[in-house]
Write a protein that binds this ligand. Structure first.
Ligand SMILES: Cc1cc2nc3c(=O)[nH]c(=O)nc-3n(C[C@H](O)[C@H](O)[C@H](O)COP(=O)(O)OP(=O)(O)OC[C@H]3O[C@@H](n4cnc5c(N)ncnc54)[C@H](O)[C@@H]3O)c2cc1C
Length: 384
């Protein structure tokens, strides 16, 4: 990894990388649906595949507070670049760090942190989305200890290219809900695993999602991640933490959208003066800035509480809910500020508007955050 110097140095480096290397490539990446290999190499060299993984596994070992600030900087550029490293840093890598045996950690984490391995976290299925425990994918243990996985996953980030997939499957056929669910580490090329070509998405081109199919896919006993039957708890723990990560990505993107909006409002002239002088335009700019600062402060505060060892489950949901709704509003206002130009394919804001939309959907939709937050509130109130 290439993180030498202080944390502020690293932030400066990532900010410059996003502005000077990534932003100029955004349109090309969107058109080709491909991040150039030399850029992926630079991302690797910057250590961005292992932001919070411990140093002993080759990661940057950033705290949550540092991580969110780094993501603010990285997400000045189109979200696909952050998403490309997303599973390694969040659901994929972290699940192995928290749930893996020492053998699994030493085998996989250094290659995850270096970006040699691309990981994916496969929970969602055709019949199991918000109801994440309605899993159809199941794994059965054979007499020789190996597991046989059958089922299908969909919309999985990194599925087409992933080298290592954390697969959530039911292992106790008599169980229901979050009980009797386990996670398996399935490597690319395992017989019975089919990784489908990329989906055609509304936005975030360059980051791929796809289906995964498991047809009598056999993995050895040591592919089980964590305790048998306890995989859903580990999944939820990593998703909780992942929500803070997603919220920080929303904040970074909002900063960029506000920048684009302000620059355009200062340059574009109507009625003989810059549109930034019209108070109705100023209201949009001001609302976006206030929304952005509120989300930024909230994310920083929650990250600090996470670093202090506090339970942040509800607050992480609140952050994800607030920041994802915030960035959608900011993106919508950006398109409005650009007027007709904002509706044209040639403008960055229409692309970022489409990119932003998914933040209200994945890692728990807005409605699921709302029900989760309310459940926490009710539980807290009735425990007293
Ligand atoms: C770009 C992208 C990347 C993704 N990456 C991954 C990944 O890497 N790994 C992975 O496992 N999954 C991934 N997903 C899947 C994502 O997490 C799901 O799409 C999401 O959780 C919603 O599930 P669903 O699509 O089945 O929608 P549904 O669950 O069918 O929801 C449809 C609508 O019903 C609402 N709804 C459902 N239940 C309730 C309820 N109880 N109360 C109120 N409203 C409700 C929802 O909020 C939504 O508005 C990705 C999705 C996308 C689009």
């Amino acid at each position: 990894m290439n993180h030498v110097g202080t944390f502020p140095d690293l932030l400066t480096r990532i900010g410059a990388f996003a502005r000077e290397r990534l932003v100029p490539l955004e349109a090309q990446v969107a058109d080709s649906d491909l991040i150039p290999e030399d850029i992926i190499d630079e991302i690797r060299a910057l250590g961005l595949f292992g932001i919070t993984l411990p140093k002993e596994y080759g990661g940057l070992a950033l705290t949550a507070s540092e991580e969110v600030q780094l993501v603010f900087e990285l997400c000045w550029a189109a979200p696909a670049f952050r998403a490309y490293v997303g599973a390694n840093n969040s659901l994929g890598g972290r699940a192995i760090l928290w749930g893996g045996s020492e053998a699994q950690r030493t085998h996989y984490l250094p290659r995850i942190a270096s970006g040699e391995l691309i990981t994916a976290f496969a929970l969602t299925e055709p019949g199991s989305g918000s109801d994440a425990t309605a899993l159809g994918t199941h794994a059965k243990r054979r007499d020789d200890g190996c597991w046989v996985i059958n089922g299908s996953k969909r919309f999985i980030t990194g599925a087409p290219e992933a080298d290592l997939i954390n697969v959530v499957a039911r292992t106790d056929p008599h169980s229901s809900g979050g009980q009797g669910v386990s996670i398996f580490l399935v490597e690319r090329g395992t017989p019975g695993l089919v990784q489908s070509p990329p989906d055609r998405k509304m936005g975030q081109q360059g980051m791929h999602t796809g289906d995964l199919h498991f047809d009598d896919c056999v993995v050895s006993a040591d592919a089980l991640l964590g305790e048998e039957g306890k995989g859903f708890r580990l999944t939820m723990r990593t998703i909780d933490r992942g929500r803070l990560y997603i919220a920080s990505a929303c904040v970074g993107l909002a900063a960029r959208l506000i920048h684009e909006s302000l620059q355009y409002a200062l340059e574009r002239q109507q009625f003989g003066r810059p549109i930034a002088e019209f108070q109705l335009l100023q209201a949009m700019l001001a609302d976006s800035q206030a929304d952005y600062l509120a989300a930024r402060s909230f994310v920083l505060q929650t990250a600090k509480r996470c670093d202090d060892g506090e339970q942040i489950s509800m607050d992480a949901s609140c952050c994800k809910l607030f920041a994802s709704e915030m960035v959608s509003k900011v993106a919508d206002r950006a398109v409005q500020i650009f007027g007709g130009a904002g509706y044209m394919q040639s403008s960055a804001v229409q692309r970022l508007y489409r990119d932003a939309r998914v933040y209200r959907i994945y890692e728990g939709t807005t409605q699921i955050q709302q029900t989760t937050i309310a459940k926490h509130m009710i539980r807290q109130a009735t425990m007293m």
